[in-house]
Design a protein around this ligand. Structure first.
Ligand SMILES: C[S@@+](CC[C@H](N)C(=O)[O-])C[C@H]1O[C@@H](n2cnc3c(N)ncnc32)[C@H](O)[C@@H]1O
Length: 240
């Protein structure tokens, strides 16, 4: 098992994802983790960038391919123009943007606070023939003032990572919501995939201001008489 695979299962198996806590709506019971630190991601993407250069492997698809496919399937059911502005928050290796570009979306932006991630995402997009996708180094918790008016924001695993920050996970969550209010236009869509928060918790965190539009079906598990989902995928509309 590679380091990334091991750490990926760590995020999936963080305490809030256990069968015992799956219906827990308390919002302050996270165990901090190195997955919430910038150093962790810088190191991880530096390794992945080197591997991509060496053998062309794009690296970890967080929460699996299906986690991208289910969001893309939902997007395809909507009557959205190809040129809507879409922001991928914490883009990692940029693979979500590759999939969106393959579906014909032309106005794509990815941001990540890790320079190595941005270099990897740019390399992957270039290799896939989508060099015109805009990728920037940016801390989502401190976006520049003019960075705004996106029609849609997507997040797969980034809010989870921010929540795990050992120093300020609580403040990070609040700042994330504030940043989302800044970057999304009124009535814009926010699509989040989380392995660490339940639907109920996400509704609480993003309320008021973000209204649930759709819960995307995710695999369900049963354990010890309890039922839950290992991944939560929700679509919100920003009611400014
Ligand atoms: C679990 S990975 C998911 C990456 C990508 N979304 C995917 O699905 O493959 C979390 C990502 O969030 C990024 N990240 C964490 N905190 C961030 C912040 N404050 N601003 C921007 N990116 C951040 C990390 O660098 C990492 O790329």
């Amino acid at each position: 098992m590679s380091v990334m695979e091991k750490d990926s299962s760590a995020i999936k198996n963080a305490p809030d994802d256990s069968s015992e806590t799956v219906q827990n709506t308390a919002l302050d019971d996270f165990t901090p983790s190195k997955l919430g630190t910038k150093k962790y991601w810088d190191d991880a993407y530096q390794r992945e960038l080197q591997i991509f250069k060496d053998i062309g492997d794009v690296g970890e698809i967080w929460f699996g391919e299906e986690s991208m496919d289910r969001v893309i399937r939902w997007i395809e059911t909507q009557t959205l123009s190809d040129d809507i502005t879409i922001l991928d928050i914490g883009t990692g290796n940029g693979m979500f943007l590759v999939e969106l570009a393959k579906k014909g979306f032309t106005n794509l932006t990815g941001i990540d606070y890790s320079l190595a991630s941005v270099e990897l995402a740019k390399s992957v997009l270039r290799e896939e023939g989508f060099a015109d996708v805009n990728i920037e180094v940016m801390d989502f918790l401190h976006p520049p003032s003019g960075f705004s008016s996106f029609d849609m924001c997507i997040d797969k695993g980034t809010f989870d990572a921010i929540s795990l920050n050992p120093e300020d996970g609580q403040q990070g969550k609040a700042q994330y919501v504030a940043s989302l209010r800044q970057v999304l236009r009124p009535q814009g869509l926010f699509v989040i995939t989380s392995c660490n928060w339940t639907k109920e918790q996400l509704l609480q965190i993003f309320s008021p201001g973000f209204e649930l539009v759709k819960e995307l079906p995710t695999p369900c598990f049963q354990f010890g008489g309890k039922t839950g989902n290992s991944v939560t995928a929700l679509v919100f509309k920003y009611q400014a």
